[in-house]
Design a protein around this ligand. Sequence first.
Ligand SMILES: [Zn+2]
Ligand SMILES: [Zn+2]
Length: 434
Amino acid sequence: MQGNLRYKILLLSFALLLFPLKGITVDKTTALRIEKEIQKHNLEIIKMRRFLHMNPELSNREYETAKLVGAKLISLGLEVKKGIAKTGVVALLRGSQQGATVGIRADMDALPIQELTDVPFKSLNPGVMHACGHDIHTSIALGTAMVLTGLRDKIKGNIKFIFQPAEEGPPPGEEGGASLMIKEGVLQEPSVGAIFGLHVWPEDLGKAYFIPGHMMASSDWFQIVIKGKSSHGAQPHKGVDSIALASNIVMSLQSVISRTTNPTDPAVLTIGKINGGTRSNIIAQKVILEGTVRTLSERNREKIPQLMENIVKGITHSFGADYTFNYRKGAPSLYNHPELAKIMLPTLLKVLGEEHVKELAPQMVAEDFSYYCQEIPGFYFFLGVKNPGQETVAPLHNPYFNPDEGSITLGIKIMCHLLLDCLERQGHLESYSP
Ligand SMILES: [Zn+2]
Ligand SMILES: [Zn+2]
């Protein structure tokens, strides 16, 4: 464990010694009941996971996935709403006692990747694969619903299960994902006081990785079109070479990050696609650049687009070219609510043991769970899925990605404890703003 987190835990333990939070966690009998329920449903949950893995569906097309999820939740007797944000499913589990409502969110979509693993439950859908582990997330949330339905008498309030489509981003021209779920009222009726989520992480099984505050980056898209003038490749003086200008722009844009942002506040600018020219001996008339900007702070996010455009404008206009600059904001930075973390981190430590909770540096990948965290306090963590027998593990979004299924039961256990403990401590929730 890194020193910083150990220090925070020490402080927290000290505070808990001074102000013992009596009766704020599930008791031993309940913990045992959670274990028993998990064992009871384990086979069925693994079967569901394998079905999901064999039948992956792309963003906003999670029809069969939603059918399975909806049918299971209805069979548990929960109040189920379908067709939210296209294929989303939301279910409410009412506890036997009155209280607040807390939420758990799982994403359901897969990626356009041809699976190359040799697992017996390999994808049957050519070119589509659960390479980001959303089949595991969905199974954990379903498993949590199954287990907690058996513990209704221990629930002091309500639990809302949110199964979300299109986390990877909706197809061009379509709306979707967390922002649309929120727009369609998923955090209302009853209103959700706090929300929990996780992502599988290609690190050791049995461990969780947590970062208070900014955990993941915002993710924005941009496109730059450089409009020059074509001429014979041997007569550059008669044209305006958009490829030479593009090269200049690619290099200069990096100075936005290296020279104008605070080095202690990370940001990334990547040009992932470049397209231009028609033939080796023709000065290219047009080049199109596309890329992504990732930031942790809103400060950087606000200033970077204008700085980029200044560079594009300066370089193109200096050589008589023109340009268009398109910048579109995607998911915001994922923010783990510090106050919620303070009351929920002890639960994570309780379930896993202190040595199995690690602190990571903020990650520059993005996750649209961040939209929920803009509305209400959120708690998000990574769950290790690397089998101890494996030396290395394929990363997320890789055709060989193969998370260990042992992570599912552990994920369910953690989620059950987090949700029940959060309802026990709900007095704290009322004072939080997102
Ligand atoms: Zn992904
Ligand atoms: Zn993912």
